[in-house]
Ligand binder design. Structure first.
Ligand code: HSE
Length: 384
């Protein structure tokens, strides 16, 4: 199978090298920006790939919705199988790409877009065929897990931890999507669509770790909690899908606390299987490239789709899941949240636990407080 690669950054180089080494594959042309064609295998026009009859499949690892979407459609319509690691692309345009691929009779797979090297979506798609999936989620962002591990394990400060994660090639080109939880949100959108056929586009909520301070870390560590950024998706009896991302405080000994550095923990609960969890590197050149190659290998074995046939865009309902939240906020703003217990306070700040409130209510209340200029950190407290 001859594979063209779109993008030659951290992951693109890994995919190209792995294609050269893997039996049964041939590395085809690589699409780079105009002016960057410094080697014969590099081209700067998508036409050089879509018009090349010897190319069987296209692996897109450039990131971003455009021009990736235009190139994806062009590749699919030219009869090339299409594989991508691009979460932003599949979260925004997955249903359109799925339909285009079906019409063209080619495969559309995107394992590497959720969980890095962890074979999560592939297994989720298989599990869906024979079990009812109740929930999906876990630690789905390597950058923030790396940062949380360094901040909590070694007392590193936020900026230094982010800089290290960038240096190691885990973070997005613009790390805002990582630290605000948007990257993990895109991944949970994909998992929901694979599990239940709904790719939620509205009603989604993401809280990241960009409000976390060293003082917050010191406080919740002293209370026996460890923080992880966790994505959650679940299906209700009325078929509505919850999909959100937020920091979670866990008692030490919970499985997620043992997930260190850039690792992810991707999990699902099946009615019959119960809890299944997979841990592995969620970001980085070779782990992500290995997932791209696994998809390409799946195509050779006849695998052609991850989404169920009736997948459609939809809305998330985050009103029905509720948690107790740990919150740090200015003293004068404390009356705006339903608090059940003050944990600590000084002249300016309060640290407290809320009553059990819905995910939607909490995220919206904090958004309103921030609009008024308040600095707030919050995290759900997982019941032991
Ligand atoms: N920036 C992403 C992460 C890369 O840190 O998880 C892998 O999707």
């Amino acid at each position: 199978m001859k594979v063209a690669v779109l993008g030659y950054g951290t992951v693109g180089v890994g995919v190209y090298e792995m294609l050269q080494a893997a039996e049964g594959f041939e590395a085809g042309p690589v699409l780079v920006r105009p002016g960057k064609e410094d080697k014969p295998f590099k081209v700067s026009s998508i036409d050089a790939i879509t018009g090349d009859k010897s190319v069987d499949a296209v692996a897109e690892v450039m990131g971003g919705v455009e021009p990736a979407f235009t190139y994806a459609l062009a590749s699919i319509r030219a009869g090339k199988h299409f594989v991508t690691s691009n979460k932003a692309l599949v979260a925004a345009k997955g249903v359109e790409l799925f339909k285009a691929a079906r019409e063209a009779g080619v495969a559309f797979l995107f394992s590497a877009a959720c969980g890095g090297g962890v074979p999560f979506l592939h297994n989720l798609a298989r599990a869906r065929e024979t079990d009812s999936l109740l929930s999906v989620g876990g630690i789905l962002n390597g950058t923030t897990n790396y940062m949380l591990d360094r901040m909590q394990g070694e007392g590193m400060d936020y900026a230094e931890a982010l800089k290290e994660a960038q240096k190691l090639g885990y973070a997005e080109a613009d790390p805002t999507a990582d630290v605000t939880g948007l990257d993990a949100l895109r991944k949970i959108m994909l998992a929901c669509a694979v599990a239940w056929g709904t790719l939620p586009q509205e009603g989604l909520l993401n809280e990241g770790i960009d409000s976390l301070t060293a003082a917050d870390v010191e406080d919740f560590l002293s209370r026996g909690w460890t923080c992880r950024l966790i994505a959650g998706g679940s299906l209700a009896d009325d078929d509505s899908v919850a999909a959100y991302v937020e920091p979670v405080l866990l008692s030490r000994g919970e499985a997620e606390c043992a997930v260190l550095r850039n690792n992810n923990l991707a999990r699902y609960v099946g009615q019959n299987s119960g809890l299944i969890a997979m841990i592995g590197q969620g970001a980085g050149r070779y782990p992500t490239a290995s997932a791209v190659l696994r998809d390409l290998s799946g195509i050779r074995q006849g695998e052609c789709a991850m989404f169920p046939p009736k997948v459609s865009n939809g809305a998330a309902n985050n009103s029905r899941e509720s948690h107790v939240y740990y919150v740090r906020l200015p003293k004068e703003a404390a009356g705006s949240l339903p608090l059940q217990e003050v944990l600590a306070e000084d002249d300016d700040l309060v640290r407290a636990l809320t009553e059990k409130i819905s995910v939607k209510q909490m995220h919206e209340a904090v958004a309103a407080l921030r609009t008024e200029g308040n600095s707030v950190f919050f995290a759900a407290v997982r019941e032991a």
